[in-house]
Design a protein around this ligand. Structure first.
Ligand code: PLP
Length: 450
């Protein structure tokens, strides 16, 4: 694009497009992306960047997988739309494939986004209990720092003030517990000598709330969008065990961790836990088309077989499980199998985690955490106080990376804007050289900003 044309696009963007999440000043100067290839994107000026965030943690197969486009095209030409009040072949194929990937037997409810997948899970959980004679079970326990989506209940389940501020009051019935955040243990303990208070707190909270009022616990295997908070290995199993004891369903949000990002097919596979409900989105289509799924353990579906009035799940979604999106998702999973991309993500994750070790010594790096092929680097003002690095410092690091041709992310938690965790979550097709460039860019940018 010529400079004048680019300027015109920018002016039109400034006039008409409302950017997600961006403060006004930042939204004035967006990267207008016009092309993608492998792990790289090209902006309207011809600048090329390695996208170390896979868009929003989703473009796992990279930006130029023609087979995905072709799978969607073929389906659009054959049969572009029919609602899932009935059925179609791509939905059946995908539901079967998801079962194979999950390694259990699940009924699959399709929607369009991670938020909707979680909304669906909450309604299902409540109705399940109601139909089994426990209509009082309606509350959902989630964690501070977690992100579960932008819509009513999904945002209520979210545990980040910065996402909720000025939109409250939200849906009632969402109770939060502290996260398993060893670097800043909310219980003042140290892992190794603690009693996993972060897990046992669920039991305490269930007792305080009244166990007969709790429908479900929702958690990501690892809190991703709230600062890459990796729990102790036995944490999830312990929470599962508490849920079992109290008759509470465990919903695992695999929107980011699913489909290989964790180094296994699903994040919970790393922890030896069987969820009751699994929600997924993003990587299911490698981000190419909107699609999400709520997988419900087949044994739970028994409660929805009754012919009594209102016994079926009265939830409909015009676009959920769109045939082209389902066909594309099937091809995504097939490609991951054919090219062994889950294994590749695992290996790349190990390489990334090893390459980031030296950065941990930097005085402004408080903690480096990784899980599968994603990493978080927590920036601090100093190692002693662990007080979060100021926003200006974090932004300087991001800008330094961008100048070096690498896009990384940031997240965290509190108002106003203490997003002090750098995030890295590259496409699985990234080359070793590109991965080295990512690590080098981040390392140099941190040193430069200090
Ligand atoms: N759950 C998790 C863990 C997420 O990271 C996100 C989005 O980032 C969501 C749910 C919501 O997904 P969506 O943006 O597709 O609605």
């Amino acid at each position: 694009q010529g400079a004048t044309a680019a300027q015109r696009w920018l002016e039109q963007d400034r006039r008409y497009v409302w950017h997600h999440m961006q403060p006004y000043a930042a939204s004035r100067d967006p990267m207008i992306v016009v092309h993608g290839e492998g792990a790289t994107i090209t902006d309207i000026h011809g600048n090329r960047y390695i996208d170390a965030m896979s868009g929003l943690w989703c473009v796992n197969l990279g930006y130029s997988e023609r087979e995905l486009a072709e799978a969607a095209y073929r389906q659009l030409a054959e049969m572009p739309y029919y609602p899932l009040t009935q059925s179609h072949l791509p939905a059946i194929r995908l539901a079967e494939k998801l079962n194979a990937w999950l390694g259990g037997e699940y009924k699959i409810f399709f929607s369009n986004s991670g938020s909707e997948a979680n909304e669906t899970a909450f309604k299902l959980a409540r109705q399940y209990h109601a139909q089994r004679g426990e209509p009082g079970r309606w509350k959902v326990i989630s964690r501070y720092r977690a992100y579960h989506g932008n819509s009513g209940a999904a945002l209520a389940a979210t545990g980040q003030a910065q996402r909720k501020y000025k939109y409250e009051p939200l849906a009632p019935g969402f109770v939060h517990v502290p996260p398993p955040y060893c670097y800043r243990c909310p219980f003042g303990q140290a892992y190794g000598s603690c009693h996993l208070e972060c897990a046992s707190v669920y039991e305490q909270v269930m007792e305080w709330e009244g166990p007969e009022t709790i429908a479900a616990v929702i958690m990501e295997p690892v809190i991703t969008g709230g600062g890459v908070i990796v729990p102790p290995p036995e944490y999830m199993r312990q929470v599962r065990e508490i849920c079992d004891r109290y008759g509470v369903l465990l919903i695992v949000d695999e929107v980011i961790c699913g489909f290989g990002r964790s180094g296994e097919r699903f994040g919970h596979h790393n922890f030896g836990v069987e969820p009751d409900i699994v929600t997924m989105a993003k990587g299911i289509t490698s981000g190419y088309l909107p699609l999400s799924a709520t997988a419900v353990r087949a044994s739970l579906f028994e409660a929805f077989k009754d012919d009594a009035p209102y016994a079926h799940f009265r939830h409909v979604n015009t676009f959920g499980g769109n045939p082209a999106a389902c066909a594309l998702a099937v091809r995504t999973l097939e490609i991951m199998e054919e090219r062994r991309l889950v294994e590749r993500a695992r290996e790349l994750g190990r390489a990334l985690s090893a390459a980031l070790v030296p950065l941990a010594a930097h005085p402004n790096v408080g903690d480096v955490r990784s899980f599968g092929f994603l990493a978080g680097i927590e920036l601090v003002a100093d190692k002693e106080t662990r007080s979060p690095a100021p926003a200006a410092f974090v932004n300087q690091v991001l800008a330094g990376c961008k100048r070096r041709g690498v896009i990384i992310g940031k997240n965290g938690d509190t108002v106003p804007n203490h997003n002090n965790v750098l995030t890295i979550s590259p496409p699985f097709v990234v080359s070793r050289e590109e991965l080295d460039q990512i690590v080098q860019a981040v390392t140099e940018a941190v040193h430069e900003a200090a």
